[in-house]
Design a protein around this ligand. Sequence first.
Ligand SMILES: [Zn+2]
Length: 84
Amino acid sequence: MTEYSDEAVAAVREALKRTTALVTAKQLCRHCGGRMLPGIATDQTYVGGTPDFPGDAHASTFSAGGPGKVIECRKCENCGWSVT
Ligand SMILES: [Zn+2]
């Protein structure tokens, strides 16, 4: 059976504590400290349509289109604060 020195055990405990603190900091809301839930946000792109009538100088119809963008984000379950 392997014996670990107190120092080795303490070092591992310290490293674990630091890792946990890092993960926790990432998952907590910066505003209220609530839990951050993983999610995605869509960033809709808009494209201008073609002129409705011949002779129109500008496009009067705008519709949601294009590829759009899906962004990974985290959203606070408490206050709704989201980070990307
Ligand atoms: Zn929050």
